[in-house]
Design a protein. Structure first.
Length: 268
């Protein structure tokens, strides 16, 4: 089971347009998908769930849409904070805060304070988040002295906690196959899963299927699989020659054949 799942919630507007509805209805449907997914994540035992709600690049959209999205996020926080408190969910918003409306900032601070003691699920909403900007700000905080760990500097730049577990599984809905400037540091070893369905169609069933796909993958972090590691070790041992009193010409020839196939320890 992954400790940390991140989701890029893409496709709200296209979901609505395909149905001949205004984009705002797609965002409302997306908010309902958030509730379903959060409840499903808690039931499935996920420790940390990060939802990419609004990227720094999204400010390029028309002002009317961005203002509406900020209001939708504020309404979500006001409405869902009591639910999170009751369900034991801790809520935190990661990202820049210098460009957010004051009323939204107040809702964020209220939600974070009210749910601070939640232990069942750590829910993080990425709002006005940019991986490039956060890394740049973290480098400025570190100042080249090395006195401040990078992960702590990153947490400070996006008003987050430190340390957090790295993202194990990153899911993106909407059919696109890119990271969109999301968590460049935390996603260094993340498994990536790109889905064609739009975010409003996502829910607990799709989340469970994504976790099953994650469990089928072999995560090696640059190392060899166990079976290949054992074979490589045996090949190297045989190639080094028999120990004293155990000379065996056949074994030596077999070792030469194994090594010739390339099954040897890699040179780093």
């Amino acid at each position: 089971m992954p400790l940390h799942v991140a989701i890029i919630m893409d496709g709200n507007g296209r979901w609505a347009e395909r149905r001949g509805r205004p984009r705002s209805e797609g965002h409302l449907a997306g908010a309902r998908a958030v509730r379903r997914t959060v409840e499903g994540a808690r039931e499935l035992g996920i420790g940390t769930l990060t939802l990419h709600a609004f990227s720094s690049d999204n400010w390029k959209r028309p002002h009317q849409e961005t203002a509406w999205l900020m209001q939708l996020l504020e309404d979500y926080l006001v409405r869902e904070t009591p639910r999170c408190l009751e369900a034991g969910i801790r809520l935190r918003v990661a990202g820049r805060r210098d460009r957010l409306p004051r009323t939204l900032l107040a809702a964020i601070e209220c939600a974070e304070a009210a749910t601070r003691g939640g232990k069942e699920l750590y829910l993080r909403l990425a709002v006005d988040y940019s991986a490039r900007h956060s890394l740049w700000q973290a480098a400025r905080l570190c100042g080249g002295t090395g006195d401040l760990p990078v992960f702590e500097a990153l947490a400070r730049t996006v008003h987050d906690d430190a340390p957090l577990p790295d993202v194990d599984l990153l899911i993106r809905c909407g059919g696109e196959q890119r990271l969109s400037d999301l968590f460049g540091w935390e996603c260094a070893h993340a498994e990536l899963l790109f889905l064609p369905l739009m975010w409003p169609d996502f829910g607990p069933r799709e989340l469970r299927a994504a976790l099953e796909e994650f469990q089928r993958r072999e995560r090696r972090y640059g190392a060899l699989p166990v079976a290949a590691r054992d074979t490589a070790g045996a090949a190297v041992s045989l190639a080094a020659g028999p120990s004293r009193g155990q000379e065996n010409p056949s074994a030596a020839l077999a070792a030469q054949d194994i090594v010739s196939t390339g099954l040897r320890e890699p040179r780093i």
